[in-house]
Write a protein that binds this ligand. Structure first.
Ligand code: AMP
Length: 477
């Protein structure tokens, strides 16, 4: 059973080809660095050239593998996955990587992204008698690759890519090779790194740094990179495309601040977002306070640009996972209280600018504004370093359905009132792209604009709990 569009896959992927190394353990450390991309389950698959080994479990990387698991994961090539999804699909059988076998062939796949035609592929595979065991797009695309034809893996993957519509950054494990793939629009990041003893691919550069690998380059949109005993072979996208669609939300929130994407260190980009935010929405205030941790760089940028002191006034319990992950609203609200405490000595009598990266449902902002006031803040001015999120993501970031998005229902002023702030200001789309400093046609900003880079099937829009009007407003290019 699918759960209405299949689970979203906003995940972390990792792969390593390094004969002589403990590839499972290095993957384990790589996954630690990608934990922020998915906290629901973690898995590693390895190959020793003859057999595949797979271990995957629900939970955080730290609890998903035992020493015994790591010892059992033999070989010289490995892939790993951290997974994140919505309610309903949080079951062990959906954990990655996926290992699929057909005759005497097998591959394992870690996937970050979301296919918009995943259900069509699944239906075709089921009709062809393929015993799908999960509700994920990943399993469908793994089977599509395994069953496609061509002289070698690169050709077979290229053939399969013609059938796959949407976002996918993949780490694929064959019996003796590691393969990295990015969808032709380059929606999710994927990079290539080098160790003395081999090669690494990862969703983000922070995972390369963690295991001591040197950043080589990004895997390009539409590119297939095959790493085996011959070295690295790159197969670029055969179709030149003037536009790509890197997810702007990776820049705003999702990727770690110490990662670089498209040559931009995200901490620095987010500082610039904060500076732009000050220019567009200044505030008469005494303190700039970030909502930790994701808004820290932008709050620093806002403070540096304005000259208003930066202060830590909210302390986050780092052992409580992202409240966003909690499946229902009551748990999410409780999560906010469990997660933050405030410092009255810092806040007493102060006019505070509260900086956050996004307001999605509005669940976080209201109790935080209240908490700041209860602890002495005289005024609370909300500043958000992205434009309002008005559209759901079908390409790999699970935000919410359209009905749940507060900015799809309320105007900016109404949101300010709803969260109890004295004033509110969002960064404009122009300001956002000024801060990013790269051409807009290289990005997907559908969550902000409603312009999706791939056609989203109408039934998908409806099934995601959105209103019928949304259909009329979605433009595809
Ligand atoms: P909300 O409480 O629903 O308005 O969500 C906004 C908060 O969740 C912000 O503080 C963000 O830092 C965080 N956030 C935004 N998008 C996501 C996401 N896709 N996954 C997890 N957390 C998110």
């Amino acid at each position: 059973m699918t759960d209405g569009g299949g689970p979203r896959e906003a995940c972390g992927v990792f792969g390593i080809y390094a004969p002589g190394e403990d590839v499972a353990r290095l993957t384990f450390f790589g996954l630690y660095a990608l934990q922020h991309r998915g906290q629901e389950s973690a898995g590693i698959a390895t190959s020793d050239g003859r057999s595949f080994f797979l271990s995957r479990r629900m939970g955080l990387v730290s609890s998903a593998f035992t020493e015994e698991d790591l010892r059992r994961l033999q070989g010289f090539v490995a892939i790993g996955h951290t997974r994140y999804s919505t309610t309903g699909s949080s079951i062990p059988v959906n954990a990655g990587p996926f290992l699929v076998r057909w005759g005497d062939e097998a591959i394992a796949v870690s996937h970050n992204g979301n296919l918009v035609n995943g259900d069509d592929l699944r239906r075709e595979l089921l009709e062809a008698g393929i015993p799908l065991e999960s509700t994920t797009d990943t399993e469908a695309l793994a089977w599509t690759i395994l069953r496609s034809t061509g002289r070698d893996w690169a050709e077979r993957i290229r053939t399969a890519m013609a059938r796959m519509v949407g976002a996918y950054s993949l780490a694929i494990l064959t019996q003796d090779a590691l393969i990295g793939v990015r969808d032709p629009l380059g929606i999710r990041p994927l990079c290539l790194g080098r160790l003395d003893t081999g090669w690494v691919i990862a969703s983000e550069t922070c995972a390369l740094a963690t295991i001591g690998a040197e950043f080589v380059r990004e895997i390009e949109p539409g590119e297939i990179v095959v790493i085996d005993r011959e070295g690295v072979a790159a197969y670029p996208d055969p179709v030149p495309r003037p536009e790509h669609a890197m997810c702007v939300f990776e820049f705003i929130y999702f990727a770690r601040p110490d990662s670089a994407i498209m040559g931009q260190r995200l901490h620095v980009v987010r500082q610039r977002m904060g500076a732009e935010l000050w220019r567009e929405h200044p505030a008469d205030a005494d303190l700039i306070v970030p909502l930790p941790d994701s808004a820290v760089p932008a709050a620093i940028g806002y403070s540096l640009a304005s000259g208003i002191p930066y202060a830590e006034a909210l302390i986050k319990n780092r052992y409580i996972g992202r409240t966003f992950i909690q499946p229902d609203q009551r748990l999410r609200e409780q999560g906010v209280k469990l997660k933050f405490n405030a410092l009255p000595e810092v806040l007493e009598g102060k006019r505070v600018v509260l900086v956050d990266d996004t307001i999605v449902r509005g669940t976080t902002s209201r109790p935080i504004v209240e908490l700041l006031r209860q602890n002495g803040a005289r005024e609370v001015h909300m500043r958000v370093h992205s434009p309002p999120i008005r559209w759901p993501c079908y390409l790999g970031v699970d935000m919410a359905t359209r009905d749940e998005l507060i900015a799809a229902r309320l105007s900016v002023e109404e949101i300010g009132r709803a969260i109890g702030a004295d004033s509110i200001g969002y960064l404009s789309l122009d300001g956002l792209f000024r801060a990013i400093g790269l051409p807009r046609q290289r990005f997907c900003a559908a969550c902000l604009t409603g312009r999706y880079p791939v056609p989203v099937p109408p039934e998908r829009l409806l099934r995601r709990g959105s209103r019928v009007q949304e259909l009329a407003s979605v433009r595809s290019s």
